[in-house]
Write a protein that binds this ligand. Structure first.
Ligand code: PAF
Length: 295
């Protein structure tokens, strides 16, 4: 049940599914000299998303949030149909933040009959998430490029929790000369360290406790790196063992990689990123930690 103030704020929020109208409104804002920011999401908003929105609000004059659960980035065996959807709650969270527009298209708005063009995601999409989610980044980059065309913002905000995704989006923007600045924002964690994710709602209490092994492994690696450990192999094994020590968690990958190429680093010369993915029950979680590198 929303409070009267929230209902009033929601009623002032401009929510649209209309592709052409959205484009026209955004262009009109830019012609009026406004800096437009876009926060692309799949909804089921949590404090991580809201931190992107708040940053966008601080840095831009006009904030657009897109909410679209993109079927093209889910493989047939994945959780598209069961992915959490909560448009009313999402709007109630966005309205008080002063968001100017919510673009919430349907699948038919985004992929009308006959749709058949995709972005080829290239080599950065091959390892890690790419290995476990074939076709995922093709779907992500295709929808992100479409969103950038429909909402031709000046800046777009992504979370660093999806490290490989944010790297691929930056790569696409550079490679295809898209006139957009990509801002990658820090991971938001619960007080116990669990990285916020829309999929956390699927974890029952015991699984949620088991899931903490991901952030614990990464945190240990971060501390060991701070103490001077530079062997990527040892740091990777530390993460692996920490996660493997938790029954009920099935690790998909743990890796210490170059932040730009995603190639595994046996030895860290300067900076690295530790990446992990694991299944807790049927819920798939990812997390990462920067080593020797600022946001
Ligand atoms: O990170 C997400 O929520 C999605 O992958 C994105 C970027 C909104 C594209 O569907």
């Amino acid at each position: 049940m929303q409070s009267n103030a929230t209902l009033r704020a929601i009623s002032k929020l401009s929510v649209t599914a209309a592709v052409d109208e959205t484009y026209r409104l955004v262009k009109a804002q830019q012609r009026a000299g406004k800096r437009v920011g876009l926060v692309p999401t799949m909804g089921a908003l949590h404090a991580g998303h809201l931190s992107l929105v708040e940053r966008c609000r601080r840095e831009c004059d006009y904030t657009v949030v897109s909410i679209f659960v993109n079927p093209k980035q889910f493989a047939p065996h994945e959780d598209f149909s069961k992915y959490p959807r909560s448009l009313e709650d999402d709007l109630a969270k966005l309205a008080p933040l002063g968001v100017d527009m919510v673009f919430a298209p349907t699948v038919e708005d985004m992929y009308p009959a006959g749709f058949d063009s995709y972005v080829d995601a290239g080599n950065l999409a091959v390892p890690w998430e790419g290995e476990f989610r074939p076709g995922h980044f093709r779907g992500v980059l295709t929808v992100v490029l479409k969103l950038f065309q429909i909402v031709p913002a000046d800046l777009a905000y992504f979370g660093r929790k999806d490290y490989q995704q944010s790297l691929l989006v930056r790569r696409m923007v550079a490679d295809l000369n898209l006139p957009m600045k990509i801002v990658v924002c820090p991971i938001v964690r619960d007080s116990d360290g669990l990285a916020l994710s829309s999929r956390n709602v699927f974890l029952i209490a015991e699984q949620r406790r088991q899931a903490l092994s991901l952030s614990r492994g990464l945190q240990l690696a971060h501390q060991r790196f701070g103490d001077g450990e530079r062997s990527g192999v040892k740091l990777r094994e530390l993460i692996r063992q920490t996660i493997a020590g938790e029954p009920g968690v099935e690790i998909e990958y743990a890796a210490v990689v170059d932040p730009e190429t995603l190639v595994e680093l046996p030895r860290i010369e300067k900076t690295a990123v530790a990446l992990v993915a694991a299944r807790v029950g049927s819920t798939r979680l990812i997390d990462n930690e920067l080593l020797g590198k600022d946001e």
